[in-house]
Write a protein that binds this ligand. Structure first.
Ligand code: FES
Ligand code: FES
Length: 164
């Protein structure tokens, strides 16, 4: 006989909108965002906390949503890539990645944009060196876009006013 999953309801905000998701008690934030809230911009990669494709902001901090349980998001403010643009105007990091064409496969790019955004929005903003260290540690991008990603970070720092 198959065990019936225990469902729990968690309330939080996503991109400024209050939501409540009822899901199995062991559901991840990633599953809730993609399946329950239809926010497919948060990508599914390794699902084990290695690749960074699933990165979102939780109360402004970059977090890998695949290994963040949904219960840990309760009461928090979640930002996904869909929440960075204001209407047709892209967020500054999105704009910088677009201008520099800083993607190859593009699949891992959304997570990188979220990490760079979170690090530049913190107070004080991260330096380029700090951002690159975090990208190295928490994101798998092994492609030819890396020089363009570095240029995009420079461009975003110049626009946002971060530290070199
Ligand atoms: S899908 Fe979350 S770190 Fe890879
Ligand atoms: S953009 Fe996906 S591997 Fe570099």
């Amino acid at each position: 006989m198959t065990a019936v999953p225990v469902l729990e309801t968690r309330s939080f905000s996503v991109n400024g909108r209050d939501v409540a998701v009822t899901a199995p008690e062991d559901a991840s934030l990633l599953a809730a965002l993609r399946h329950d809230l239809d926010l497919k911009g948060t990508r599914v990669g390794c699902t084990e906390g290695y690749c960074g494709a699933c990165t979102v902001l939780v109360d402004g901090r970059p977090v890998q949503s695949c290994n963040t349980p949904l219960w840990a998001a309760a009461g928090k403010a979640i930002t996904t890539i869909e929440g960075l643009a204001q209407g047709d105007v892209l967020g500054p990091v999105q704009e910088a990645f677009l201008i520099e064409q800083a993607a190859q496969c593009g699949y891992c790019t959304n997570g990188m944009i979220m990490t760079v955004t979170g690090l530049l929005m913190q107070n004080p903003p991260a330096t380029k060196h700090e951002i690159v260290e975090v990208l190295d540690e928490r994101h798998i991008c092994r492609c030819g876009a890396q020089p363009r990603i570095l240029r995009a970070i420079d461009r975003a720092i110049a626009v946002i006013g971060g530290r070199k």
